[in-house]
Ligand binder design. Structure first.
Ligand SMILES: CC(C)(COP(=O)(O)OP(=O)(O)OC[C@H]1O[C@@H](n2cnc3c(N)ncnc32)[C@H](O)[C@@H]1OP(=O)(O)O)[C@@H](O)C(=O)NCCC(=O)NCCS
Length: 166
């Protein structure tokens, strides 16, 4: 990434969601963007999930979904999305995050910058811990999370749990 290209987080309204979906369709795999759902590609079900997810997440950590999503911008270009969800299962105020970028925006430091911004949002919201789950085969995600200070734990189901203490 050009060091002068600023990475910012932008709220996801309908127009931004349209642009994010276009990016996802041309520059990412559906399973990087959406949970496993029946059928291949961006079928109606997956597209409906995408819009309703971002609409619900517009309510923020204190809204009904206890979750906030943002579009990640690199300068004026939409590059991907990141989310933060409040977790209520532990006594420590905690959150869970996840991120995807378009392929053409990867490996340029944008993910690291976006994760820093989300962790700053989590701190501002009073969270003390943020976790993320990825797959054992996803070395880049593990490097990203480790570089942000996460402790990584490998699980027998092939997932890796990353926990950042804030
Ligand atoms: C995971 C993802 C968000 C990382 O963002 P990114 O902008 O590509 O990552 P960065 O350029 O900020 O690099 C983060 C770390 O990974 C390393 N890295 C980046 N690309 C790499 C590559 N192709 N091979 C090896 N290491 C790589 C960087 O060196 C850096 O590690 P370091 O700080 O130890 O040097 C992005 O690759 C992506 O969207 N992947 C698909 C979706 C996904 O896997 N999401 C993660 C779910 S938790």
């Amino acid at each position: 990434m050009n060091p002068s290209t600023e990475v910012t987080l932008v709220d996801v309204d309908r127009a931004v969601a349209d642009r994010l979906l276009q990016l996802a369709k041309r520059d990412a795999s559906p399973d990087e963007v959406a949970p496993p759902l029946d059928g291949p590609g961006w079928n109606l079900e997956r597209t409906a999930w995408f819009y309703s997810y971002h609409q619900a997440a517009a309510g923020g950590l204190d809204g009904p979904a206890a979750e906030k999503s943002w579009a990640v911008f690199s300068g004026s270009l939409i590059a991907g999305s990141v989310r933060l969800k409040r977790e209520t299962s532990s006594g420590t105020p905690s959150g869970e995050t996840g991120i995807w970028l378009g392929r053409s925006f990867r490996s340029r430091g944008i993910g690291a910058a976006a994760l820093d911004l989300v962790l700053a949002e989590a701190r501002r919201a009073g969270l003390k811990r943020v976790s993320a789950r990825t797959l054992a085969g996803n070395a880049v995600a593990q490097r990203l999370l480790a570089a942000a200070g996460a402790a990584l734990t490998h699980h027998a189901d092939g997932t890796v749990l990353a926990v950042v203490e804030l």
